[in-house]
Design a protein around this ligand. Structure first.
Ligand code: ATP
Length: 442
């Protein structure tokens, strides 16, 4: 066969003079699974209905297997394209097996009876969609999710080279959602060309070969999932701040919508300290989505294993002899280039403490309750009494820095003064909890 199984060329559709699709072009080869993604109302269903032949475009052309779907007799069209609709309500109460059998009518004359081949195709489709157990029940007497699988079974029984699915997992539980997409994937691997509207971006990335992102009836991105699902396309199309990261298990893109209070990606916090409180601090900051570095920290300390398990960049030192000059210099660089430093005030070594004090980075101190905290209250942007509050304080310190900095990347700019050390008057207003003798590091 030459050319893709499904080609949509410059298709425009409007309802009552309101444009809904604007010069949209899409293609799906045999053996290709194309996902349509985009916000509500962006035109996914309209595009699928146009490809199936149910809607005639104002201009442009849809070809399936080389022929214009809108000029084919409907029975011939049904031999080429099967549709799994979003709306699963069915207006007659046939039993499930009969509904699935409707997929076979495209292949026989109106008054011909079913062949063995028809019956085998029906049983096979019931089995593949895990619907055999209620094949004799009325379509009215099964759940919405089960109905969705029955309609997929009908499409499978139709045995067409092109398959269109509108939100095939919308009412399915997580298990059946994944099974359904695996099933579509296996049909595609056997040579079907499939185009599916999929709201769940993670599932779309995981199962589709390529994605088409629609926004207000325009194609705004098309290509492999990793090139379509970027933070910038997702943010602009869905109007939400988003983080896109590879799934650690499947490697596919995962998309997380961020709240305003979530840290932007790539914000790194350098932690200086050791022991349980440093370990808990690392865990809280990791949960909040910050990148982490820590050190220097003595080998064998509990926070070292925590840091390693979280993938934090870690500078370790020999327990009794303390950090070498090289280790100090590496950690100094980490603190200098971090967005915020967090000092767990168990850190008693003044040389080590200077790392974060000299780094000109916003500084949050987590109190450990030690008798003699190592730094002066003048040196920190915030003191927190427990690790519960560390994420909020770090986020505030980062946001303040961004405001002062004005560059938006949270790092000091060359022409803006970012001296955060308080004047004596300010210090008086910001007295930390507890008694903090000063000058330990001065
Ligand atoms: N029959 C119709 N008459 C008028 N406008 C319509 C009709 N069908 C759809 N629309 C409008 O066309 C636009 C696109 O709708 P469509 O259903 O294609 O979007 P969608 O991307 O599938 O949305 P969703 O994700 O919510 O299913 C919407 O603004 C919708 O209101």
């Amino acid at each position: 066969m030459s050319g893709p199984m499904i080609t949509v060329d410059d298709v425009s559709v409007s309802f009552d003079d309101v444009s809904v699709l604007d010069n949209v072009s899409v293609a799906a080869e045999s053996g290709e699974f194309v996902g349509l993604v985009g916000p509500n109302g962006s035109g996914k269903t309209t595009l699928l209905r146009t490809i199936s032949g149910a809607l005639t475009p104002d201009c442009g052309r849809v070809c399936v297997d080389g022929e214009d779907i809108h000029t084919l007799p409907s029975r011939v069209g049904s031999q080429r394209v099967a549709v799994v609709p979003q709306d699963t309500s069915i207006s007659f109460s046939f039993d499930v097996r009969r509904i699935v059998g409707m997929g076979r009518t495209a292949h026989r004359g109106r008054f011909e009876s079913m062949t063995v081949e028809d019956r085998t195709a029906i049983e096979n489709a019931l089995e593949r969609t895990d619907t055999t157990q209620f094949a004799d029940r009325s379509i009215d007497a099964i759940s919405g999710g089960e109905r969705q699988r029955v309609l997929l079974a009908r499409a499978i029984a139709q045995a067409t080279p092109a398959l269109l699915l509108d939100e095939p997992t919308a009412s399915l539980d997580v298990n059946h959602g994944i099974e359904t997409l695996q099933l579509v994937r296996s049909l595609v691997d056997d040579g079907t060309a499939a185009i599916a509207a999929i709201h769940d971006l993670d599932l779309a990335a995981r199962y589709c070969d390529s994605l088409v992102m629609l926004s207000d009836g325009d194609v705004v991105a098309t290509g492999p999932p990793e090139s379509v699902l970027t933070e910038s396309t997702v943010s602009s199309t869905f109007d939400v701040r988003a983080a896109v990261t590879p799934d650690p298990v499947t490697g596919a893109e995962t998309v997380r919508a961020l709240e305003e209070s979530d840290p932007p990606r790539g914000v790194r916090i350098h932690v200086l300290g050791a022991g349980n409180i440093a370990a808990r601090t690392l865990v809280e900051l990791d949960r909040a989505g910050f990148d982490l570095s820590i050190g220097p920290i003595p080998n064998g300390d509990i926070a070292v294993s925590t840091a390693h398990s979280l993938g934090a960049d870690t500078v370790t030192s020999t327990p009794l002899s303390g950090p070498t000059d090289e280790q100090l210099s590496t950690a100094r660089e980490q603190a200098r280039t971090a967005d915020v430093s967090v000092l767990v005030d168990e850190t008693a070594d003044p040389d080590v403490g200077r790392l974060v004090l000299d780094a000109a980075t916003p500084l949050v101190v987590v109190e450990s309750g030690s008798a003699e905290p190592p730094i002066s209250d003048r040196d920190a942007d915030a003191w927190v009494a427990s690790t519960d509050a560390v994420v909020d304080s770090v986020s505030d310190a980062f946001a303040d820095e961004k405001r002062v900095d004005g560059t938006g990347d949270g790092r000091p700019s060359d022409d803006v003064t970012t001296d955060r050390r308080f004047t004596d008057d300010e210090t008086a207003d910001r007295s930390p909890p507890g008694n903090h003798p000063s000058n330990h590091y001065r």
